[in-house]
Design a protein around this ligand. Structure first.
Ligand code: G6P
Length: 498
């Protein structure tokens, strides 16, 4: 039954995107589509298990929507204007923070008007979360687009227990320190009680930034924060994210999906080996490096298209940001060249698809793929690696995985590669193509053990346990402290005119 607009929630998730996107087709017909990216993939199953609300943007500018239910989840839309989309989303989130946090693979832009918009939109998300939260609720804020929300929310609602999870890497201080607003972001995050990262390295990069930019002492995972309704203890540590592994395995066991996998193989001319790449079309994914290695192997005659085909799914992403437009041109030029040079009448070299596909089709692709190639130059986790492994209940298939992904910390029995080392990547492809069945099984079995055990339910349970613990300690402190600490006045350092 739909809840009234005044219902308050004990558990609230806040992320830039809602799990569904409002899409207007060229003929004017509107529909709801599944949102892209790993964040939504991971959080959706978590939300199905709890009666909470999800605050986020519906993916289209200037769209004011009332809260609604979708697939059993209560969604609270936050509106972004055309200007917000340009400055907060495409600008500061995806042309400043995204490249900065991914090793400056593309040059970040530092524009004051983007920052002003980031502050204003973060405030809007904090207001919406404050309005939806019951007294003493838990609020879980997600990802780099909303790093100021924990603090803004604490200023509005000191009764809440606030978590933050960063789905992307947190960069080393030498890179992070380029950011003109580096201190405000750290102070924004420190409004949370628990801050989660994908990798050990991300958490230690963050602690180092805290030491360099604030006076707060850090010891292991604990930061002692003064002020901000403090003194408070903030926990900052790794909680590597995962997927709903069993649901992938279940789909893979469905005979209709297995039949579809055979059709896909047939459609490609039944080559001996199908290699698969699946990525948002993003410069962090190293798609060009992958194409280079494959193209060189064909040129050198070490593989041929009748035997080894590459299927590349490139999910459209952030298409109005210049760096993404340029990437698309480069990738599509390279695909065209490789196909022009090497395709035969019966076999393409690269089967290229600039689309997203529903989960059923993805699982069929995973079953059809003998090798999955993940060549990211930097990636918080990379859930495609886990989806492939979870789908391969037949214990077959080879995963080639970049060591610059969070997933490589866990999936050690993949063929780990450095995507910058094109010769090494070529050797790994040759090894994957000719790997004996026994070795494929031993490796896949070990990978599956990890992915099936450490699934997204475990991830969220661990994070939420840490938040429950933080809430209990806060209650304890409040009941033992005689006079509450003076609330700190809203801090000028967070103002937009820096
Ligand atoms: C990554 C980010 C998410 C983001 C997704 C899709 O997974 O961590 O926060 O939502 O990419 O990107 P988009 O810009 O389309 O939301």
């Amino acid at each position: 039954m739909p809840n009234s607009p005044n219902t308050l929630y004990d558990f609230v998730v806040v992320s830039n995107r809602l799990p569904v996107d409002h899409v207007v087709e060229p003929d004017g017909v509107t529909s709801w589509q599944h949102s892209p990216g790993g964040l939504v993939t991971a959080l959706e199953p978590v939300m199905h298990g709890v009666a909470g609300a999800w605050v986020g943007w519906a993916g289209q500018a200037d769209l004011a929507l009332e809260p609604f239910e979708s697939d059993g989840i209560h969604l609270i839309p936050v509106e972004l204007t055309t200007d917000d989309v340009e400055n907060f989303y495409e600008g500061f989130s995806n042309d400043t923070l995204w490249p900065l946090y991914h090793d400056v693979i593309s040059a970040p832009g530092y524009h004051r008007v983007w920052w002003e918009s980031y502050v204003a939109v973060n405030q809007r998300f904090a207001d919406a979360a404050a309005k939806a939260s019951a007294p003493d609720a838990i609020v879980w804020v997600q990802d780099y687009q909303l790093q100021l929300v924990p603090r803004l929310l604490r200023e509005l609602r000191p009764d809440l227990t606030i978590g933050f999870f960063n789905h992307i890497p947190f960069p080393p201080y030498g890179i992070y320190s380029q950011l003109p607003w580096r201190t405000q972001i750290i102070e924004g995050l420190l409004g949370a009680d628990v801050i989660g990262f994908q990798r050990v390295a991300d958490a230690s990069n963050f602690s180092r930034a805290v030491r360099r930019l604030t006076h707060y002492p850090t010891k292991n995972a604990v930061i002692e924060v003064a002020g901000h309704y403090g003194p408070r203890r903030v926990l900052a540590k790794p909680f590597p994210i995962s997927i709903d592994s069993h649901s992938y395995e279940k789909l893979a066991r469905d005979p209709r999906i297995q039949k579809r996998a055979l059709e896909i193989r047939e459609g490609l001319g039944n080559p001996k080996t199908i290699m698969l790449g699946v990525d948002r079309l993003d410069y962090t994914k190293g798609i060009g490096h992958r194409l280079k290695a494959y193209g060189e192997l064909l040129a050198e005659g070490r593989i041929n298209v009748e035997e080894v085909t590459l299927m590349q799914i490139a999910n459209p992403s952030r298409e109005r940001v210049a760096a993404y437009m340029q990437l698309r041109d480069e990738i599509e030029l390279t695909v065209g060249r490789i196909n022009g040079d090497f395709a035969t009448m019966s076999h393409q070299a690269i089967s290229y698809h600039h689309h997203g596909y529903p989960r059923e089709e993805m699982v069929a692709l995973y079953l059809a793929a003998d090798v999955v190639l993940i060549t990211a130059l930097r990636d918080g986790m990379n859930l495609i690696a886990k989806e492939y492994v979870a789908s391969r209940f037949d214990e077959d298939g080879v995963l080639i995985l970049s060591e610059f992904t969070g997933a490589s910390d866990e999936l050690k029995r993949a063929l780990l590669i450095n995507p910058h080392d094109i010769e090494g990547l070529k050797e790994a492809i040759l090894k994957a193509v000719s790997m004996p069945k026994r070795e494929r099984t031993t490796r896949m079995r070990a990978l599956r053990k990890r992915v099936l055990h450490y699934d997204v339910a475990r991830w969220s349970t661990k994070f939420l346990e840490a938040l429950e613990h933080a809430r209990a300690s806060r209650h304890e402190r409040i009941s033992t402290v005689d006079s509450p600490t003076e609330p700190e006045r809203p801090v000028d350092r967070m103002s937009a005119d820096t």
